[in-house]
Design a protein around this ligand. Structure first.
Ligand SMILES: *Cc1c(COP(=O)(O)O)cnc(C)c1O
Length: 372
């Protein structure tokens, strides 16, 4: 027997995650100058990182010969203060992606099911499949999660429901009262993972006090990240907030040193720089308006977004999608956006909101690409 056939069929069936194209790769492929390439493909913070996080990283370099604090004492203390929860409620992850994996590891066995929306974040099917689980995909309404249908989709084998709020790549949002009502309906032995990776980009009036729901729902896991508004995507650090007994399960599964010491130091400092987060938020709102105005001028349709990205629809030509051709043409012009055909959105592309000049260049390049 071939050695690879010893790997479970559900592992061999995994379709790998398709990341945004790295700047260095496009530069190599097209012979372009890296400095002239604009990457608006992975919902990264165009402001970079907080200067306080940078200082913390520099200071932490001196201790790199030592293992990190596997219990993340300082980061948990800072998060505990920030959210008014106990350190025992917190699990730190190598990106919030790690939390999604830990949740499936803790609750799925082969044959179990998870429930998530069509067009929802790609890691939910991946994390499900890696444990031999089966995803139940629930149709959306105007690209938005349909929580009534999701509640109906829960069956006896269901162990986890994933909700992304806002969702990536649609940018759609579910009001707090609807999530609260949903939590009231879900059986208490089904975990609800509420993925709030873009929470810091939500307009304040839309933010749910989701942390409060932990008190009444032991089956709730809230995940957040330092990759987006905090500008630390390259360091990989995120966290989950949950019931202490659930946190204890996830902590048994995680690698003893799953988050490196530079990431821990940077995240602790970044959390203390809310002025940077506020600046990132304001820049994003202005950039979103700028890009929407540009789409309007180009006669394009888009899905209204409350994240730091927006998916827009390219008109078909002779009944065929033009999104792939526009994506390729943008690459030639040194602009990287994200195809979302893998999300069953073959006519859309997703663009991350950048700096004012990046947005402007993207819109000019898009105009060229559509005329080509
Ligand atoms: C980016 C993203 C994440 C996680 O990113 P990490 O870098 O692993 O923290 C989680 N959920 C959604 C919806 C995302 O878009």
């Amino acid at each position: 027997m071939d050695i690879c056939e010893r790997s479970p069929a559900y592992v061999r069936a995994i379709a790998p995650y398709q990341p945004g194209k790295p700047i260095s790769e496009l530069a190599r492929e097209m012979g372009l100058d890296e400095a002239k390439i604009i990457k608006l493909a992975s919902n990264e913070n165009p402001l970079g990182l907080s200067p306080r996080a940078r200082d913390a990283i520099e200071a932490a370099v001196d201790d790199l010969a030592r293992y990190p604090d596997g219990n993340a004492f300082e980061l948990k203390a800072a998060l505990s203060k920030h959210y008014g929860v106990e350190p025992a409620n917190i699990v730190i992850g190598n990106g919030s992606n790690d939390l999604l994996e830990l949740a499936t590891g803790a609750f799925l066995t082969p044959g179990a099911t998870t429930v998530y929306a069509r067009h929802a974040f790609a890691v939910y099917p991946l994390a499900t499949q890696s444990r031999g689980g089966r995803g139940i995909v629930v149709p959306t309404r105007d690209y938005c999660h349909d929580l009534d249908k999701m509640a109906e989709a829960i069956g006896p084998e269901t162990r986890i429901v994933f909700i992304a709020n806002p969702n990536n790549p649609t940018g759609t949002y579910i009001p707090a009262k609807d999530i609260e009502a949903f939590l009231g309906k879900v059986p208490e032995d089904v975990v609800v993972v509420l993925d709030e990776a873009y929470n810091e980009y939500l307009p304040h009036e839309l933010r749910a006090d989701s942390v409060r729901w932990l008190k009444s729902h032991r089956n709730l896991i809230i995940t957040r990240t330092f990759s987006k508004a905090y500008g630390l995507a390259g360091l990989r650090v995120g966290y989950g907030l949950m019931d202490p007994a659930v946190a204890d399960l996830l902590n048994r599964l995680r690698q003893p040193f799953n988050v490196n010491s530079l990431a821990l130091a940077a995240a602790t400092a970044a959390l203390g720089d809310q002025e940077f987060v506020a600046r990132s938020y304001a820049l994003n709102r202005a950039g979103m308006a700028q890009i929407e105005a540009g789409f309007h001028e180009l006669g394009l349709k888009w899905i209204p977004s409350v994240g730091n990205f927006i998916s827009f629809e390219l008109p078909k030509k002779a009944g065929a999608s033009t999104a792939g051709a526009v994506y390729a043409n943008l690459l030639k012009q040194g602009v990287i956006v994200r195809p979302v055909a893998g999300y069953e959105m073959p006519d859309h592309l997703r663009v991350t909101i950048g700096l004012f000049d990046e947005n402007k260049q993207f819109l000019a390049a898009l105009k060229n690409a559509m005329a080509a």
